[in-house]
Design a protein around this ligand. Structure first.
Ligand SMILES: [Cu+2]
Length: 524
């Protein structure tokens, strides 16, 4: 994305819109004008609101819109939200790094200590890159929780900036959620304790300080959480960590000439993307596997890039889990898209793959993300059971009225939810603990078409009732905490919070989140 060009274009659109408003006497007061007047008494960010009016096609005469969109003098190439730098192919020269499993501090109970710190990491041979990590220089260890257990976590901020420890997808009280309200200043420590009440899933943790999330995640603060329960142990799925149960944190970065992560240089208000793919922090990774079924737990841990995963052989794979738990039945897939923060568990069967065969996970453009090296060893015998869970969207839930409406809008730093930017002092919604409500999320297109916003709600797993009135695809019939919402798409979800507190809901393009595309719900 060319940031300068976009700004230039937006500036010229503003000028054109002001000029047209001054000269066009026939036109009534613009929608933007009347909305601005209505909103003057509300705690609305006026800058965001007036910008919205400008980008809202309703506020401009349609002729103006048409002539602007068709004007050859404007470089239409720059009007495409989806123009994204391609990823370079993995050469497969480095074995994939598997994040270490964090050991409990105590024999008697599950107690972890996590330190957010800076460090140096040899991502490129012989070069030290300055990075952030948890209990290490880059990314974090894997945390294992058992359903039903009480977990204590000691949090230590060794950074020289504010941070928080947010548990993405975990159903905990607002105080334990690591939202922008739970800041740890440099050198500060705190301890949280919660009971794990939800079913087996792959979750993750990352910082969430106000306005600083994108840079801290980009620099390396992210780690995985596995929740295990009786069901996950009895299903017979591959579950030998690092052998046939493989975590994959996908991230894209830009490295400068000195092979450093220079966030300010790479940053894009509309979502920072890079040309270099890292998986679990490994540059040019490959994964060595035996002839067996291998379970891949995919996390899109990128700031903004959407990934569509496929096999280069065009073979099918099987999806077994969504963000928050197992699907009822395995779903056969040719490709799978994950927007930022979404997870999925897939199983690839290598038992019949010849070791000479070139097989790799690729993206939609055909860039090689992860080549597999299949050995001649016959691996473990594992199962993909036909029934894995008892997830359902009930008739009652489908028939509930919509009680919360969310409108996602904007781009760059002019992003809003329901016309407003995040204000930590403002509660946007309230909901009663333990009561299911239906939220309707609408992604309102702008004059340039709009872009996908990955929408995430803290503190709960929810169910997708419909996408544009239709039943969601088979691989989304499971617990979710993040969903992609395409331009002009309306998604209805049923959501219940098990705990109390203040929770964030926001776009998970991290730059949009930092730019205020976030609101708060108070659960009482
Ligand atoms: Cu967004």
């Amino acid at each position: 994305m060319k940031k300068k060009n976009l700004w230039l274009m937006l500036f010229s659109l503003m000028v054109m819109s002001i000029l047209s408003a001054c000269t066009d006497n026939d036109r009534e007061t613009s929608a933007a004008g009347s909305r601005d007047e209505q909103d003057t008494n509300e705690e609305t960010n006026m800058e965001g609101e007036s910008m919205e009016g400008m980008m809202d096609s309703n506020s401009m005469g349609e002729e103006h819109m048409d002539s602007m969109m068709n004007d050859d003098s404007m470089d239409n190439e720059h009007m495409d939200h989806d123009e994204i730098i391609s990823l370079t192919d993995s050469t497969g020269e480095n074995e994939l790094i598997i994040p270490p499993v964090l050991k409990s501090d105590s024999q008697e109970q599950t107690e972890y200590t996590l330190r957010a710190q800076t460090g140096q990491t040899e991502i490129f041979d012989g070069v030290q890159t300055i990075t952030y990590g948890y209990n290490g220089s880059f990314l974090g260890p894997m945390l294992q929780f058992e359903k039903g257990e009480t977990v204590t976590i000691n949090l230590i901020n060794e950074l020289d900036e504010d941070t928080t420890f947010h548990w993405h997808g975990l159903e905990v009280s607002g105080n334990n959620d690591g939202s922008p309200h739970n800041v740890l200043k440099p050198g500060e420590e705190s301890t949280i304790e919660f009971e794990v009440t939800q079913e087996a899933a792959t979750l993750w943790f990352h910082p969430h300080p106000k306005g600083q999330t994108s840079e801290q995640v980009y620099n390396g603060l992210a780690g995985l959480i596995y929740i295990n329960d009786e069901n996950s142990k009895n299903l017979g799925l591959p579950n030998d960590y690092g052998e046939n149960d493989i975590p994959l944190i996908f991230q894209d970065k830009v490295f400068d000439d000195e092979k450093q992560l220079n966030y300010d240089a790479a940053a894009n208000e509309d979502g920072t993307v890079g040309d270099t793919s890292l998986i679990n922090g490994t540059l040019n990774p490959k994964l060595s596997v035996d002839k067996e079924k291998v379970r891949l737990r995919l996390l899109n841990g990128s700031n903004a890039r959407n990934y569509t995963f496929k096999l280069n052989t065009d073979d099918d794979f099987v999806q077994v889990a969504t963000d928050g738990g197992f699907l009822n039945e395995p779903v056969l897939m040719k490709e799978l898209t994950l927007t930022p923060s979404e997870r999925a568990e897939i199983i690839i069967d290598f038992s019949e793959i010849d070791s000479s065969e070139e097989i790799a996970l690729i993206d939609e453009e055909g860039s090689t993300l992860l080549p597999f090296e299949v050995s001649n060893e016959i691996g473990e015998e594992t199962n993909i059971p036909a029934e894995m869970n008892d997830f359902s969207v009930t008739e009652e839930e489908k028939n509930l009225p919509v009680t919360k409406e969310i409108e996602l809008f904007g781009m760059m730093d002019m992003v809003t939810i329901n016309g407003k930017k995040f204000d930590p002092e403002r509660i946007d919604f309230t909901q009663e603990q333990g009561v299911t409500e239906v939220w309707e999320i609408y992604n309102k297109p702008d004059m340039m078409g709009g872009m996908i916003h990955p929408f995430h709600i803290h503190g709960a797993q929810f169910k997708i009732i419909s996408r544009n009135g239709e039943t969601p695809p088979e691989n989304e019939k499971g617990w979710k905490d993040s969903i992609s919402v395409a331009p002009d798409e309306t998604v209805r979800i049923a959501i219940q919070f098990k705990d109390k507190g203040i929770y964030m809901f926001h776009c998970h393009i991290l730059e949009h989140e930092d730019n205020g595309m976030m609101g708060q719900i108070k659960v009482e």
